[in-house]
Design a protein around this ligand. Structure first.
Ligand code: GDP
Ligand code: MG
Length: 445
């Protein structure tokens, strides 16, 4: 069916295997593939453009973990950005905190799944939240639309407003509110009429109903299979009524979920639920991470990369722990740390990693040092003899001049490095005192 994004990126990045940081041109090549993947998943073009620009900026310069390919790493970066754009890790429920009856207004085009979703929500509210719900259909256009809701109401065991022929939507809404108050209903769901296309009469009707019913939630129901069109629909509705959320239906179909990204980007409102079938319990909270995976069609690349990141931290933590247990921290250790700093994105990425490093970073910044300094320090250590690296106290004035000349630096640079080593060594000794391995575990955890 589709090439997965990781297949696509594999080609782009094969030549790159094992290189340090993601270069701008490589990221741009990868983003071309990401762009195609998003368009294939039916994300709207303007949303794709914006997304690709943002992620390009984010990815350039990030270091590549040793046990994954750059392509996999880019997939992870793209995935994380997608999840973020889809609303983060949290699911968002209904806002019901209000004097009852709390009104939920369902809006959307004809056939999007409004009536079905209204009944699904009523069932959910009744069974999962113990609410007394009531439903009313304001659809006076489609023949038998009100009867359709009544039938669904019977199926889920939720009352529907008795039908009075000839009433207009605003009158029905008024009657529904009165009835809900009389019967001490907690939540009143109003199912509105749809149209095949957005039109002025539909919008005017919706606004009039919203004005008298003061809905706490106005939920836009969108068919996820409509893809690109969904954006125009969302834009029209969002411009006319105060949407509070979106529900995507037919997520059980073969849509890849691109509509979700578009919806979120265009309305700025959370996607609260996903409809996953015709049955009345086929509705679930919207999970951004699941949908992100589906949009990219990338299986479990994300978890592979997450595992790699965790493994590296563990390797490093174990190695350091062993050294620290002996209270050791020589120039070789410092050199490792400098390398890691570079891999982790330079000085900027350092804060919060380790207390000793934090202090060293502050010292380096206050003395006007930047990331080029990391390379210079590496050169200085490279010019030391193995013995000097293990025992920096051997570095007297004469040796310092030799090291400075060998690394193309000044003696004062050598002194700065020695000072920094001393500070870090002190921090390491402190960590040892704090409980060694256990203390370190806490730092890395
Ligand atoms: P409305 O015109 O917006 O009220 O749409 P309806 O609620 O009448 O739904 C139109 C059709 O879509 C019906 O046949 C529903 O069973 C179907 N439908 C609604 N939601 C879903 C869903 O999440 N998945 C699937 N497969 N079908 C759905
Ligand atoms: Mg309907």
């Amino acid at each position: 069916m589709f090439d997965t994004l990781s297949d696509r990126l594999g080609g782009v990045f094969d030549k790159l295997r094992g290189r340090g940081a993601l270069k701008e041109q490589d990221v741009r090549d990868a983003m071309r593939e990401v762009r195609i993947a998003l368009l294939e998943a039916d994300v709207a073009l303007p949303v794709v453009r914006r997304f690709v620009d943002q992620v390009t900026e984010l990815a350039v310069g990030q270091s590549v973990l040793k046990s994954v390919t750059p392509g996999q790493q880019v997939v992870k970066i793209v995935n994380d950005a997608l999840v973020e754009m889809l609303g983060g890790e949290q699911t968002v429920g209904l806002e019901l905190d209000h004097v009852p009856p709390v009104v939920i207004l369902m809006v959307g085009l004809q056939g999007s799944g409004k009536t079905t979703t209204t009944a699904k929500l009523a069932k959910l509210l009744k069974e999962k939240q113990g609410k007394k719900a009531m439903m009313a259909s304001l659809d006076v256009n489609r023949p038998a639309a009100q009867e359709q809701l009544a039938v669904l109401g019977e199926q889920v065991g939720v009352a529907t407003l008795p039908i009075i022929a000839g009433q207009q939507p605003v009158d029905i809404a008024t009657r529904a509110l009165q009835s809900a108050r009389l019967q001490a209903v907690d939540v009143l769901l109003l199912d509105t009429a749809g149209r095949l296309h957005v039109d002025d009469q539909l919008m005017a009707e919706m606004k009039a109903v919203a004005a008298i019913a003061s809905p706490k939630e106005t939920l836009l129901v969108v068919d996820s299979l409509t893809g690109q069109d969904a954006v125009n629909v969302a834009q029209s509705f969002a411009g006319q009524v105060d949407l509070t959320g979106v529900i995507l239906t037919r997520m059980d179909g073969d849509a890849r979920g691109g509509a979700a990204l578009s919806m979120r980007a265009v309305t700025g409102k959370p996607i609260k639920f996903a409809g996953t079938g015709e049955k009345l319990d086929a509705i679930e909270p919207f999970h951004p991470s699941r949908v992100a995976g589906r949009i990219l069609g990338m299986g479990d690349i994300v978890s592979i990369v997450e595992k790699a990141a965790a493994t590296i931290q563990e390797d490093e933590a174990e190695r350091m722990a062993a050294r620290m247990a002996k209270g050791q921290f020589d120039m070789n250790d410092l050199r490792m740390q400098l390398k890691q700093m570079q891999n982790m994105g330079g000085l900027g990425a350092l804060a919060g990693m380790m207390p000793g490093m934090k202090k060293a970073k502050a010292a380096m910044q206050s003395s006007g040092m930047d990331d080029r300094v990391l390379l210079r320090m590496d050169a200085i250590i490279g010019s030391m003899t193995p013995k000097e690296r293990q025992r920096p106290d051997l570095l007297n004035a004469k040796r310092k001049i030799r090291v400075a000349n060998g690394s193309g630096t000044q003696v004062q640079d050598v002194n700065k490095l020695l000072k920094m080593h001393q500070e870090m060594e002190r921090a390491m000794k402190q960590i040892k005192k704090m409980g060694g391995i256990k203390g370190l575990g806490a730092l890395f955890g």
